[in-house]
Design a binder for this molecule. Structure first.
Ligand code: GRF
Length: 208
């Protein structure tokens, strides 16, 4: 089976990286993780190395320099799709233009609500009763590209750690599914995958 070459950009814990890795172990997953890029030493970087991925640490550089090196690495590896997974730096419009429609991000809120940082704190501070995450295409404006998939659940406690734990748990289910669908529909142009999926797991609604 023909597979799309994937790159993950990460700066954090790496739970979404791990989820993409696990999903890509399945023969039917249409992507192959070829390159992990980190902008600092972080658990995701260590995880990628321990999983034997080609892992590039591009740190201590200004954005232009970072993106120039990242671009060369992506071309070298013939990357078809970049998945931002806890990558904590905003990409420049120039870089996004070069990789138009080929960068996905997972953001921990039900966009277009709560773009930007500290979404969980904002949810609790404002007493918002529904929370979730969004996978979207990255465009030139922060957290505003086309939405590809979301999940939502009821916020039942003010415990920040519990909220983050739940967000990650369901992100790790959503992100690989959306990547899979995007590769089939956008890269491989298979319209049989176009239908919306609406799924309930543990009273959480997933739509993609
Ligand atoms: C996720 O919650 C994601 O939505 C946000 O950063 C977090 C990354 O988590 N963009 P991890 O590093 O994948 O565990």
């Amino acid at each position: 089976m023909n597979k799309a070459n994937l790159s993950v950009f990460a700066s954090g814990i790496g739970s979404n990286l791990l989820a993409i890795h696990k999903a890509s172990m399945d023969k039917s997953f249409p992507g192959k993780l070829q390159l992990v890029i980190c902008n600092k030493i972080c658990p995701a970087f260590e995880l990628a190395k321990s999983l034997n991925y080609d892992t590039k640490l591009i740190s201590n550089l200004d954005k232009d320099k970072f993106e120039e090196i990242a671009h060369q690495e992506l071309i070298k590896k013939k990357i078809d799709l970049i998945c931002l997974a806890g990558y904590m730096r905003v990409l420049s419009p120039k870089f996004v233009f070069k990789w138009k429609n080929k960068i996905l991000n997972i953001h921990p809120s039900i966009l277009p609500l709560f773009p930007g940082l500290n979404t969980h704190k904002k949810i609790l501070l404002n007493g918002v009763k529904i929370h979730g995450s969004t996978v979207h295409i990255v465009n030139e404006r922060l957290d505003s590209g086309k939405i590809l998939g979301q999940f939502a659940f009821a916020v039942k406690s003010n415990d920040l750690d519990f909220l983050i734990y739940n967000i990650k748990k369901y992100e790790n289910l959503l992100y690989p599914e959306v990547i899979k669908k995007y590769i089939w529909t956008f890269l491989f142009k298979e319209d049989k995958f176009l239908n919306y999926k609406n799924i309930h797991i543990d009273n959480v609604v997933f739509s993609y």
